[in-house]
Design a protein around this ligand. Structure first.
Ligand code: PEP
Ligand code: MG
Length: 326
């Protein structure tokens, strides 16, 4: 079976009825990037930069970050690398000296872009390193934990400044550096029409979106089945984000764990997604599932999926799709 999967490394990610789906890879190390390339990923859809910051008590300087980002860009040989700015919260940031002491609720605290904007130089240094890496191949910048347009405007301003500065220094950067928002805080999903105009692309982080929509801690095992993407509210939000993206011509990716589980692939295709980003570990399985999917039929059954009243109804829809593909 592994051999059959391996054959899919060089095959396109195309549905039975001929639509190409973009399968990006999530990467949190150099090895993940190498693996993503070998598997024929469309690019890196989520490059998590936290690992650079968690290794030591000192913040990585611009050159250290630049070298890591440039290596990823070069390893992808012309395919786009989507670099996410730092997504640390007080639960992890205490070792880096970035966090406030004793934040009572790190998941709702100074995390992600909030921390990047609050700490002097943090965002600027990281954007400079990313922009310098863009001189070596296509790069996009992705902003985590966006709650609305103000954060995106602040990052956009900082990015424009950094690009101007680097050019004045005579450094090579890409002419354009697409800037995207993670949609993982419910307010960002609901307010999206008010700021999609300043986003070049969107990436839905279902891990946090589920946590914040359902008020269910993603790390709390006591919650059992409560923390699950199979909730009608999650599907509604996903459908709405996809629609708004389509209407405004902004590509939408899903990069949470839901994208990595082939059991959920039919659901994401039905909701209109054509771009997923997932860890290399299951990329070929998801590609296999997409290649066995009839996209038009799935989309036609989206209304039934959205009518499901609870998890059991959504699971029944998934079971019905699975029996039709195999
Ligand atoms: C997410 O929240 O879905 C996501 C992809 O980001 P992380 O898991 O790093 O929070
Ligand atoms: Mg997240």
């Amino acid at each position: 079976e592994q051999r059959q999967l391996n054959r899919l490394r060089r095959e396109p990610t195309r549905t039975l009825d001929g639509t190409d789906v973009k399968l990006w890879a999530n990467a949190e190390s150099r090895d993940d990037v190498t693996e993503a390339h070998a598997l024929g990923a469309a690019g890196v859809g989520l490059y998590r930069t936290e690992f650079l910051f968690l290794g030591s008590s000192e913040l990585p300087d611009e050159d250290t970050q630049f070298h890591a980002y440039r290596d990823a860009v070069l390893a992808m040989t012309g395919r786009t690398v989507t670099i996410r700015t730092l997504d640390l919260g007080a639960d992890k940031a205490d070792k880096t000296g970035l966090a406030l002491r004793d934040e009572p609720n790190p998941a709702l605290g100074l995390r992600g872009v909030r921390l990047s904007l609050a700490r002097d130089g943090l965002l600027r240094t990281q954007l400079r390193a990313i922009a310098r890496a863009s001189g070596y191949g296509p790069v996009r910048v992705l902003v985590p934990m966006v709650s609305g347009g103000e954060e995106m405007r602040a990052v956009r301003t900082a990015l424009d400044e950094v690009l101007r500065e680097l050019r004045a220094e005579g450094r090579e950067t890409a002419a354009q550096l697409p800037l995207g928002a993670m949609i993982e805080v419910p307010s960002a999903a609901l307010a999206l029409p008010s700021f999609i105009g300043i986003c070049d692309f969107l990436s839905v982080g279902t891990n946090d979106l589920v946590q914040y929509l359902l008020a269910a801690d993603r790390t709390n095992e006591a919650l059992g089945g409560l923390y699950s993407p199979l909730h009608p509210a999650v599907l509604r939000v996903l459908r709405d984000v996809v629609r708004i993206g389509q209407r405004r011509g902004r590509p939408v990716t899903v990069c949470g764990e839901i994208a990595a589980d082939p059991a959920f692939t039919p659901l994401l295709l039905a909701l209109g997604l054509t771009e997923l980003s997932l860890h290399p570990a299951t990329l070929l399985e998801v590609r296999r599932t997409i290649r066995a999917s009839d996209l038009e039929r799935l989309r036609a059954s989206a209304p039934a999926l959205l009518r499901a009243r609870n998890r059991a109804g959504i699971e029944a829809w998934l079971t019905a799709q699975a029996s039709r593909t195999h």
